[in-house]
Structures are given as structure tokens and as C-alpha cells.
Design a binder for this molecule. Sequence first.
Ligand SMILES: Nc1ncnc2c1ncn2[C@@H]1O[C@H](COP(=O)(O)OP(=O)(O)OP(=O)(O)O)[C@@H](O)[C@H]1O
Ligand SMILES: [Mg+2]
Length: 330
Amino acid sequence: MALLEVKDLQVEFPLGRKTLKALHGVSFSLEKGERLGIVGESGAGKSVAAFSILNLLTRPGRISAGEVRFEGRDLSKLSADEMRQIRGNRISMIFQDPMMTLNPVLTIGTQMIECLKAHRDISDKEAKELAIARLRDVMIPSPEKRMDSYPHELSGGMRQRVVIAIALLTDPSIIIADEPTTALDVTIQAEIMSLMLDLCKTNNVGLILITHDLAVVSQVTEKMIVMYAGRIVEQGETQDIINNPKHPYTRGLIKALPQENLPGARLNQIRGSMPSLDAIPVGCAFNPRCDFADENCCKNLPELAGPIAHQAACTKIDTLPEFTAVGARK
Ligand SMILES: Nc1ncnc2c1ncn2[C@@H]1O[C@H](COP(=O)(O)OP(=O)(O)OP(=O)(O)O)[C@@H](O)[C@H]1O
Ligand SMILES: [Mg+2]
């Protein structure tokens, strides 16, 4: 049994008379200590997928079908209290904006101690020691002093380190990180990402990493899913997908990577844009942007096919030209 199992998840947003479907049957699993990347352009459904795992969908969003099983228990069937014991304890979440996690009017120390005491039966002194140890793990200088700081007294990078320390505080089995470094300076992004990777490895914590950045997914994760318009269009082992992408959408994402765009060359962006939920094309949702689409692609929805280690949802796979990106193979 996988640690986390998401099965045929469907999410919808009832809006007035219409109901918009944001996820159409998304399935994936995570084993203990495994790292999974979720990629796709803006609006693909990455955050909706992550939020629905923890029952954090904003109203009126709701899971209309499917299951999220954590250690065998269906999370959608838990009471609010039981869910609180999982969220921020067994499964932690890191958002793009550290201030989604941090309370601006409480010191770092108070927040960490409160978080620990909410989930553990420990004294203030033990909680304080644990909090300082975690701040040390994320390389915060003078952690004892930092316990008395307020979030606004720290730089963006330091704040995100504190958020990582809080995420790890309760020894979770899984961290879900939604664009954890996107809001940071480019120079700090790599540092924070490698810190997160090291800490997940050392503590055997599973990671679900949501990002636009395929290069990061390639460095950090063992398996990945590529999402388009609320569906998984390709999934499998990360290195296999990066080196041998099957779906024209994944190929487009890889070709758009900066290292694929030599100086002076035309940018290899995928033409067009992600459809909005009320205008998802019939057939393969990617068909209007795909160079290989034929009549069938505009009528019939392709299913994921192929060995579980690498599946893609495209009926043209066997007739596509060989993939020839340069930088992706580095
Ligand atoms: N509360 C909501 N009400 C209506 N539609 C929503 C709501 N939240 C998300 N959506 C829609 O669901 C789709 C998926 O959104 P989601 O936030 O998961 O995208 P994403 O892949 O995380 O994009 P980004 O990379 O920009 O974060 C989008 O079309 C979005 O407009
Ligand atoms: Mg998002």
C-alpha cells in the first residue's frame, strides 16, 4: 500500500448555474520518502490537486468524486478534527508566499512552539529546544536570537527557511510544496531548493513539488506528472520523461526551457495558451496548440497508456518524430 494514494480525483467549482470541472480523474501515488514533481503551465490544475489532498479547496470548490488515501485512510471521510491531526502534522504544506504560513504578529519562536504543542504533548522547554534545532537544520544564523524575531524582520529567503523548519517540525511523512521558491530572488531559489531536498532525504520525508520549472523537477524528483487542463497527460519516472518525453505538450515544455533557447535564437514557446475551465476543447484538450493533432484528436479523448514507469495520453505517440532537444539531455 502506498503512503499516499490519489485515485480518480475529480474537483469542481459550482459557479452560478454552471459547474466548472477543474480536475477530471487525476490519479497518482507516493511511497515513503519518494519525491514527486507536478508540472504544467498556469491553470493546469496543479494547486487544485495539491489543495484537494488536504481538503483545503476554497469554497465553492469541492471534490466531486475519487479518493485520497493516506496510510490507507480516506481523507475525505475524516472529521474536521481528524483532518487537523493530519494537516500540518503528518502532511505539511509549503506555499509560494511564506506569509500564508507565518503569522505577522507573532514571533517565530511563539509560532513554532504553538505548532509543536498543538500536535505533541511536550513542555515549553522541550518545544523551544526542538524549534531551535529545526531552525539550525535550515541554516538560520543565530537560531536562539531568531526565535524572538517577527516575520517582517527576516528577508524573504529567511522567511521561507523558517517555513521549511515549521513544515519539518512535527516529523511529517509528506511535504507538499506549491511553488516554494517562485517568489524568491533567483540567486536564493537554488539554495532553498537544495536545502529542501537535503532535509527531505535526511528525514526520509516524501515530497510533492509543484513547479513551473522542469529543471528543478529534474534535479529534485524521482517521478513526475505533467498536467494539462485538469488531466494528467504524461506521468512516470522523471529522468525518463525529461530525456524521452512522449506527449507533444511535455515536449513543448522541455523545448521552452532556457537552455534550449540559444542566444539570438527564437524562443521555443508553445503557441497559444492553457484553456480556461469553461472553454476546454473537445477531444484532447491540447489539440488546438498541437502540431500533430488530426481529426481524431479533436473528437476523442486519449487515455494514459504505456507501462506504469512512463505513460502518456496521446494517440499519436507511435507516429511522432524522434525527440531532439539538446539541453534536456545534459
Ligand atoms: N476558487 C476557484 N473558483 C473557480 N475556478 C478556480 C478556483 N481555483 C482555481 N480555479 C481554476 O482551476 C484551474 C486550475 O487552477 P490551479 O490554481 O490549480 O492552477 P495551477 O496549475 O496551480 O496554476 P499556477 O501555475 O498559476 O499556480 C484554473 O482554470 C483556475 O482558474
Ligand atoms: Mg498553482
